[in-house]
Design a protein around this ligand. Structure first.
Ligand code: 5GP
Ligand code: MN
Length: 340
């Protein structure tokens, strides 16, 4: 593995570059950690007098649009040419909350070939190593937590204001499922406390993210739980398969299926919860597990995916019925893990 956590070297380089042009990008369909860490870093650079631009590979859910400076984000799919010009012209490209260039879709090829210095800030297992500089550990609750570390390393904690703090707090709250996941450490709580002192309003942020769903989305969740949930008792597994027609019927938009996979795991005895959604381009899968079941290994082995040990994802180009069958067959190979 090259360039293991050589992030400290970026400080003198950033400071030595006259008017550095910075691009910040993150994984496709960004969640609150991806967008919160990107906008937290963007706003920090803004305060520091560094010109930066967040380029998202795709759109994202409306529940993130309250974030400070969200209106400045460019969606690559919408403004491809402009995004590519910016990438080609950048001195530094900060890659947040992803470990492999395929996670930023078509943008990945352009980032790969850009002459800019690439900086990875991430907490996913096994980064593929496309970057020049790295701040990486799986022991951080979230990329937002790592952005705090980065700002600390730059000796700029004093620059953190309410806007930066709110973005970072949102990333920490969501990636830890409100300080619930085992990745939550004493350091996570200390950083969160500091962000509150800097002005982040925890109740407002929580409300903006979790109490902001459409009526359609709430009815869709109800429908999935009452009509679509399969309990595969033999494997202590919960499965929800959503078809394209169902997405249409409930007018489901980006971000609406977020969190649905967690319901399965809340059932006593269930160790593995899976959501398969029939998206236009591919069948998208979400995996969540408890204890020692390696959701990321399962995703990698069967569905061209990966992620964290207990929260992973994957995808398939096969028809949804085939994906469901393949999933059930794959479960058999993991029966021992799931029943012990
Ligand atoms: P979600 O189920 O929320 O879409 O994704 C959960 C986690 O799984 C993400 O944080 C990410 O680490 C990982 N993940 C999701 N989809 C993919 C994928 O297609 N490939 C890889 N390698 N990881 C994924
Ligand atoms: Mn994250």
């Amino acid at each position: 593995m090259k360039n293991l956590n050589n992030i400290a070297d970026i400080k003198p380089l950033l400071e030595a570059t006259v008017k550095p042009k910075v691009i910040i990008t993150t994984h496709h369909k960004p969640d609150a950690d991806a967008l919160g860490s990107s906008l937290g870093l963007y706003t920090y650079f803004l305060k520091k007098g560094i010109q930066a631009q967040v380029v998202s590979p795709t759109d994202y859910g409306d529940f993130l649009k309250w974030m400070p400076n969200e209106h400045t984000v460019i969606n690559f799919e919408e403004f491809e040419e402009k995004s590519l010009d910016l990438v080609a012209d950048a001195d530094f490209i900060f890659c947040l909350d992803f470990n492999a260039l395929k996670r930023i879709n078509k943008l990945g090829e352009f980032v790969k070939h850009s002459p800019a210095q690439k900086v990875l800030i991430d907490h996913h297992l096994e980064p593929e190593g496309f970057e020049d500089y790295r701040l990486w550990t799986t022991h951080a609750s979230s990329t937002a937590e790592l952005i705090f570390w980065f700002i600390e390393l730059m000796n700029d904690v004093d620059l953190i204001d309410e806007e930066i703090a709110s973005c970072l707090y949102a990333g920490i709250v969501t990636d830890t499922a409100s300080f619930k996941h085992p990745s939550t450490t004493a350091t996570t709580h200390r950083i969160a406390a500091m962000l509150l002192e800097k002005g982040a309003k925890s109740n407002k942020i929580y409300e903006a993210i979790y109490d902001n769903y459409s009526e359609n989305r709430t009815r869709f969740i109800g429908f999935c739980l009452s009509q679509k949930l399969q309990i595969l008792k033999e494997f202590n597994t919960a499965l929800i398969v959503v078809t394209e027609d169902e997405l249409k019927k409930f007018h489901i938009i980006t971000g609406d299926s977020e969190g649905l996979v967690n319901y399965g795991l809340s059932i006593s005895g269930i160790k593995f919860s899976v959501l398969i959604v029939d998206r236009k381009v591919a069948r998208k899968m979400s995996f969540r597990s408890k204890d020692d079941f390696p959701a990321n290994e399962f995703a990698r082995k069967y569905f061209n995916g990966g992620g964290h040990f207990n929260a992973a994802g994957g995808e398939s180009m096969d028809a949804i019925e085939h994906v469901e069958t393949k999933f059930k067959e794959a479960l058999i190979t993991y029966k021992d893990y799931l029943t012990n």
